[in-house]
Design a protein around this ligand. Structure first.
Ligand SMILES: [Zn+2]
Length: 419
């Protein structure tokens, strides 16, 4: 059978009969659809869900039965009105299934525990100089912090919770399979199998353990939970000693061919500029990275306490310190120049500044907006709407990692339920 233009088409009669693998895929897809429907629309009867998804009642009843068995949904009373016998209301449960997000950064480790109903159960941050102690000791500290936080989160729930997913954000390039940290210059780590080390240290029986780039997870956190959640085209810029980028394009993370997409900090803005940690000259990071900015203020490098250092900068700005004000003006100008390039590259609806930029936002944004207004950018948006500061703070990456871990369970609800 062919269409008029000669290209072959496949209709139902010609499709191969589903194999057992195909049936499994259909079953998983149905479980996922019902779970996502309940998350999106809230509690509903089987009839309502079946109508929304366009599936038959018997199919929905079978799928709901399986989700009830996995304790990912529960029955919660009856429909209030409607003709005939009132239907039982189903709602998302999943309070016993945990998705854990974590972050290892230059000065601290963070753990955030979410349950599958989307509730944050606990969050903890511990000071740690990951560069000094190295990968193995950092991973052991993270595993111990995680054990504490999970135990604490389990306290307010009956029964033992299952950790279904554990995702860690790292400030570097990670392979696409989420296992190997290729290079994290600011940690001084190269080719470290962090996911393997974590799996051994955590000792979870069923959790899927993976790692990813911190800017990517921060971008996802903005997309899912940020002030402008739901914008399908956005770029997140991490403002730390290193400057990274995370791009959400049409609702999907842009990873590139090897997980190296959007290394925005190493976009050259002036080839005759200062030396960069990557060995070249005039990278964006060499102008807007935290230590580069601190050099311009005359303050010492951030070392082990970047957040405290930034608070010191804010105090000086409030006091009207002339040198720091000049440095922040210069910083804002370089941010505007870099963001203009970013907008030309990705055509986002929104560029979100994270990390230390957020603390200086009220000084940075007006001047950066002015630079953007003066650039011939491919966008019709006013600069003030295009460039904003994150409200998620330093927890953005760990939050995105936790949400990402939860998404994996939504995509395959049997992930932790089957032995
Ligand atoms: Zn560079």
């Amino acid at each position: 059978m062919t269409k008029d233009d000669g290209r072959p088409v496949v209709d139902w009669a010609e499709r191969p009969a589903p194999t057992s693998g195909g049936l499994r895929q259909v079953r998983l897809a149905n479980l996922e659809l019902v779970l996502r429907d309940l998350r999106r629309h809230g509690p509903a009867s089987r009839a309502q869900i079946a109508a929304r998804l366009g599936v038959t009642r018997p199919t929905l009843t079978r799928v709901a039965g399986e989700l009830l068995e996995l304790r990912l949904v529960r029955e919660a009373g009856y429909e209030a009105r409607g003709p005939g016998r009132p239907g039982t209301i189903l709602e998302l449960d999943g309070g016993h299934v945990f998705a854990v997000g974590a972050e290892i950064n230059v000065d601290a480790i963070t753990v955030i525990v979410h349950d599958l109903s989307g509730r944050e159960r606990a969050r903890r941050r511990r000071v740690l100089d990951a560069r000094d102690v190295g990968p193995e000791a950092s991973v052991r500290s993270l595993a111990s912090l995680c054990a504490d936080v999970v135990a604490e989160s389990a306290g307010d729930h009956d029964g033992t919770p299952t950790v279904a997913g554990f995702v860690t954000a790292l400030p570097g390039i990670v392979t696409l399979d989420g296992s190997l940290l290729v290079n994290a210059p600011n940690l001084g780590w190269r080719n470290v199998p962090v996911a393997v080390l974590l799996r051994e240290a955590l000792g979870f029986e069923r959790a899927a353990v993976s790692i990813g780039n911190d800017a990517n997870f921060a971008a996802l956190a903005e997309f899912w939970r940020g002030e402008h959640a739901g914008r399908r085209h956005l770029v997140y810029v991490t403002g730390e000693v290193g400057v990274g980028g995370g791009v959400v394009a049409d609702g999907e993370l842009l990873l590139g061919s090897g997980g190296r997409a959007a290394e925005l900090g190493h976009m050259v803005v002036d080839p005759s500029g200062p030396a960069c940690s990557c060995g070249r000259h005039g990278c964006w990071e060499a102008y807007v990275g935290l230590d580069a900015f601190l050099r311009a203020t005359g303050l010492p490098a951030s070392g082990r306490r970047p957040e405290a250092t930034v608070q010191q900068v804010v105090a000086l700005l409030r006091r009207g310190d002339a040198r720091v004000l000049r440095a922040v003006e210069e910083l804002a100008s370089w941010i505007g120049i870099g963001v203009a390039n970013v907008v030309n590259l990705y055509d986002p609806e929104l560029v979100i500044l994270g990390g230390y930029f957020t603390h200086l936002a009220s000084w940075i944004l007006p001047a950066a907006h002015q630079v953007l207004e003066g650039c011939p950018i491919v966008t019709d948006q006013p600069a003030a709407e295009l460039l904003v500061a994150s409200k998620l703070g330093f927890r953005a990456a760990a939050l995105g990692a936790a949400l990402h871990a939860a998404e994996a369970v939504f995509s395959n609800p049997t992930l932790f339920g089957e032995s």
